[in-house]
Design a binder for this molecule. Structure first.
Ligand code: SF4
Length: 705
């Protein structure tokens, strides 16, 4: 209930892609209190530990950047400057680099936490006006394999289902994900569904026995990197059990015969051996799916963050397609989004190979449509895809990229093989950092620092993992001179002399984005801030003239977004191309989130309560491996490979397999020491189709220190 003297505001949690609604009370001093929003379709009043503590991150401004900083030479200190001087200098440097080295010499590296309006203006600026496609975001590290998987199988990057389908499913397969920790409120919905209906079968496939396994009917504890072999074995069993929907395949899919041939190449017995899972468990999982009236699959980074991430996605989606489990209540694939607005970013084309509204950068007609809409001359949008996240920092390192503008992300903790990122930033001619926190490691390399407004200090929209768009109001003023990210970009664009960035407010940016989607599969031309505020949330598509809450389920007519209208059952190799273990580096390092921290901890790291769960980095080691290596619980361990090393305490756990170790992704440099940072060790290897890095598989040595 509303406390005396407070005002109430509705917003959305800015952490994971579940997209929980929050009710924010602001007191007379401008302090916020966040609670779960009752009646919200995602969370109905619930919040996880991170969401519950969100207000602390806004109320505590002790670590915030308050005004622009700049240095005139690399060896000079950064000093406080006015917005005008920082903008003028940045525009002058960008103009001079573009004139001397071409538009591809500059790049923007942004974030899945950016609001849709922010993505939109960054994308418009670089693609439409600067003339390069060098805009990538940390969504590349998170969802790009799922994007390509959806495109190849369903024709577009379109999540077919809603969370409400969880309540209607009778079998759910969770692959390479720990939603109990990483998407907690979504998982509570699964737990509630299971409590209501004990016949709901939960299958979990994961190399680790995580909290998610607590309600699993079967846990397929696969060897790292063998997911495709497992999915193929299940596919083969479904064929042998006659559980294939031949009518769906005949009328609505293509590629089944080639798929059938490919999965029959390996016996299920051989697959079981490769996966390290018993034949009985694989058969049990396959019979659950075979008997399902409504089968859903869920996955996240265990499949996406892989050198074969796209193939892993396709092999999982194939199980929905061969059984016709899509476009019906309680059936379909649901990729769990890591970040709050990774999907909103994709809607506006915020990756180096995309165009707005799921248009294709390589399609000249699509480029022409966008050029015309933006009012730029034909040919302004370059045909060549820009640099992906990892390529950007490699290009800084080899000198082909001269300047990078980093927005709302901390690549010095989150990028794989992070020493290469350091090397790149050291060599960069010009680095702009647009940030909220004065603790971000990137600041050390910044020539210009733009202080940004944080969550609740700016207005915009986000889209969650089930295509649900919500409006986030500005509730408090940003500290000092900090500005909303979209405003910073628009000011810069105008300083560069570009037309089309004089938006009156965030609402005007959203309306322009919405108009650009008209006629596409993600048409939201019926949406504006007034509709969004009135309806609270809306699921796309929502074309002009729509009413109500939007589209809860896609492909109900079984017509897909492919040229033939049919879903594509893609045959893929089951080979894992991750780096190989060796005598020198015999362990497989897996990385991931812990329950109470978010990404690189610039927000959750400020909240004491959230540090109680796990307050420092660690490495999980199997007790048998630990005994062999003479490592005890809590003893200092060195984990090492050719890229770097870390020294952290050991946690002994038989939740992982022998030969595997696990480290959390969150810790970066602490007090100048970087030996907590797991990305010293991860590899630069990426999936060739999605360019998503292989965070889940690095060969390392482990020894007592
Ligand atoms: Fe926020 Fe995700 Fe937790 Fe919901 S589940 S409160 S969106 S972090």
């Amino acid at each position: 209930s509303l406390k005396p003297g407070c005002t109430e505001h509705k917003s959305t949690c800015c952490y994971c892609g579940v997209g929980c609604g929050v009710s924010v009370q602001k007191d007379a001093l401008g302090r916020l209190l966040v609670e779960g929003e009752m009646g919200h379709p995602v969370n109905d009043g619930q919040l996880c530990s991170k969401g519950m503590n969100l207000h602390y991150t806004v109320n505590d401004v002790s670590d915030r950047l308050h005004y622009p900083l700049m240095r005139y030479a690399k060896n000079q200190p950064r000093i406080r400057v006015s917005w005008e001087s920082a903008m003028q200098r940045t525009a002058a440097v960008f103009k001079s680099l573009i004139a001397q080295y071409g538009p591809e010499s500059v790049a923007f590296y942004a974030s899945g936490q950016c609001l849709t309006e922010e993505y939109y203006v960054i994308n418009k600026l670089i693609k439409g006006f600067i003339g390069s496609n060098n805009i990538d975001t940390n969504s590349r590290l998170c969802m790009s394999s799922a994007v390509v998987g959806y495109k190849m199988s369903l024709g577009e990057d379109s999540v077919p289902v809603s969370y409400a389908d969880i309540d209607l499913a009778d079998v759910i397969l969770v692959a390479g994900a720990n939603p109990a920790w990483c998407h907690p409120i979504l998982w509570r919905r699964v737990e509630a569904a299971k409590a209501r209906n004990p016949d709901l079968k939960i299958i979990v496939s994961d190399p680790r026995k995580t909290q998610t396994c607590a309600i699993a009917d079967v846990h397929l504890q696969v060897n790292p990197g063998t997911d495709i072999v497992l999915h193929h074995a299940i596919g083969r069993l479904l064929i042998e059990m006659d559980a294939v929907d031949h009518t769906f395949i005949r009328d609505h899919a293509e590629g089944y015969e080639a798929y059938r041939t490919s999965v029959l190449l390996r016996s299920v017995e051989e697959s079981a051996l490769i996966c390290g899972v018993s034949l009985a468990k694989i058969t049990q999982a396959a019979s659950y799916i075979a008997g399902a009236k409504s089968y859903m699959s869920m996955w996240t980074m265990g499949l996406n963050q892989s050198a074969v991430g796209v193939n892993k996605n396709l092999s999982l989606i194939n199980l929905n397609l061969i059984t016709g489990q899509i476009g019906r209540p309680g059936a379909g694939p649901l990729s769990l989004t890591g970040q709050p607005n990774a999907m909103g970013g994709r809607e506006v084309g915020g990756l180096s190979n995309l165009l707005p509204a799921h248009r294709d950068l390589l399609n000249p007609a699509h480029r022409a449509e966008v050029e015309q809409f933006w009012g730029v001359p034909a040919g302004s949008i370059a045909a060549k895809p820009g640099l992906s996240a990892t390529e950007m920092f490699q290009a800084l390192d080899d000198g082909t990229l001269k300047a990078v503008w980093i927005i709302c992300t901390n690549p010095l903790t989150s990028m794989p093989n992070v020493r290469q990122v350091e090397a790149g930033l050291k060599k960069a001619k010009f680095v702009v950092v647009q940030e909220i926190s004065n603790k971000a490691e990137t600041l050390e390399y910044a020539d210009v620092v733009f202080p940004a407004a944080a969550w609740a200090e700016k207005e915009g929209t986000m889209t969650n993992a089930e295509r649900r768009i919500s409006h986030l109001p500005k509730i408090v003023n940003a500290p000092g001179e900090a500005l909303p990210d979209a405003e910073i970009i628009c000011r810069f664009a105008q300083e560069m002399g570009y037309q089309g960035f004089d938006f009156e407010n965030a609402s005007a940016i959203y309306s322009e984005h919405a108009q650009l989607t008209a006629g596409t599969h993600i048409d939201v031309s019926g949406l504006n801030y007034a509709t969004l505020t009135k309806n609270r949330t809306v699921q796309w598509p929502y074309p002009a003239g729509s009413t109500g809450a939007g589209t809860s389920r896609l492909f109900t007519n079984r017509v897909f977004y492919t040229p033939s209208g049919k879903a594509q059952i893609q045959s893929v190799s089951d080979e894992n191309t991750s780096e190989k273990c060796s005598e020198e580096f015999p362990f497989i390092l897996n990385t991931g989130r812990i329950r109470d921290q978010w990404h690189t901890m610039s927000k959750t790291g400020k909240v004491n309560k959230l540090k109680q769960h796990m307050g420092e980095s660690f490495v999980e080691v199997h007790p048998d491996d630990a005994a062999f290596l003479r490592i005890q619980e809590g003893s200092l361990v060195e984990v090492k490979n050719q890229r770097g090393c870390v020294r952290v305490k050991a946690k002994l756990s038989d939740d992982l397999k022998r030969g595997c170790v696990f480290m959390p992704m969150h810790w970066g440099k602490i007090a100048g020491r970087d030996d907590n940072r797991v990305n010293n060790l991860t590899s630069s290897l990426v999936d060739p189709k999605s360019k998503e890095p292989d965070f889940k598989f690095a060969a390392v040595s482990v020894q007592a220190f």
